[in-house]
Unconditional design. Structure first.
Length: 301
């Protein structure tokens, strides 16, 4: 990919125009290849619909997700006025699932976004500067790899306490190390290329070289890898809520809903499984979308 968008050290108008045209051509090829992947496009549409439903939930004329009724407990799918049944407290499952998607997607996506920006800065700095900077950053990152991500997330959330903010913080910390390692690896490989040496020889300072010449070649691989972690992050977020160290009740969240409905699995197993089905579908779409992006960005001239 580097050959497709690598700028030269020269700054003549003709070469700048040629570089810009080459960059546009690369991203045009990425978009064209992605749109040809029907599975990835379908997953993108499904995820977009889920996100839009979560964002505009208050305007969808849904039932109150917090309002229960003891006489309507665990109604089956297709009940009049309850298209997806009701939970253990008689609350509308359709409303709970849509509103629950707001927190599940928020806690599943934001930590990866935060980790992407933080880890990119750390990884690029470690990969480009090298020396003692690389040693300090990467050896610190290696400490976190001594713990499985699930146990690390549970330990940090348990120490910080339950809550949305604490879940975001714990999951962000969990995903900074792997993204940092990828960012450091791709930056180290780009740093040794000829056009970086030419940029240094032309008098460019480190900040300019990184901003103009390095980031354009490393952000793609880092971004693709980060997208592959979103499904893992969402599952971890749901797991924390299931264990009672994530979102607090009565807020609707798919992992928390699985926890509260686990005792009803022998009474109404279909309704009890609905939050798990939503987690499965969303995670599958995120994985397939990530695969589609990886294939689309692997453009060869």
């Amino acid at each position: 990919m580097a050959s497709a968008i690598s700028p030269s050290a020269a700054s003549s108008p003709s070469e700048i125009t040629a570089t810009a045209a080459k960059t546009r051509s690369y991203w045009s090829n990425v978009l064209r290849r992605f749109l040809k992947d029907r599975i990835a496009v379908a997953c993108a549409v499904i995820l977009l619909l889920l996100i839009l439903a979560a964002i505009f939930a208050p305007w969808l004329d849904l039932a109150d997700p917090y309002r229960g009724s003891m006489i309507k407990r665990l109604r089956p799918i297709g009940t009049e006025g309850l298209p997806l049944g009701s939970d253990e407290q008689g609350r509308d499952m359709l409303a709970r699932l849509i509103y629950g998607g707001r927190l599940t997607l928020l806690i599943g996506l934001l930590p990866v976004v935060f980790a992407f920006f933080i880890a990119t800065v750390l990884g690029v700095a470690a990969g480009y500067v090298g020396g003692w900077v690389n040693t300090i950053i990467m050896r610190t990152v290696d400490i976190f790899f001594a713990f499985p991500s699930v146990l690390l997330a549970i330990a940090i959330s348990g120490a910080l306490g339950a809550g949305i903010v604490n879940s975001l913080v714990s999951l962000t910390i969990v995903f900074i190390p792997p993204i940092t390692r990828v960012a450091e690896s791709v930056t180290s490989s780009v740093r040794s290329l000829d056009y970086i040496d030419a940029a240094r020889a032309s008098g460019g300072n480190a900040f300019t070289i990184v901003r103009v010449h390095v980031l354009g070649n490393v952000l793609g691989p880092i971004f693709v890898y980060a997208t592959s972690l979103t499904s893992v992050c969402m599952i971890l977020a749901a797991g924390l809520s299931f264990l009672g160290i994530g979102v607090k009740p009565p807020q609707p969240e798919w992992g928390l809903m699985l926890n509260t409905l686990r005792t009803a699995i022998y009474v109404n197993p279909i309704v009890a499984a609905l939050p798990g089905v939503m987690i499965f579908i969303t995670s599958l779409c995120l994985n397939l979308l990530s695969d589609g992006l990886r294939s689309a960005m692997n453009v060869k001239d």
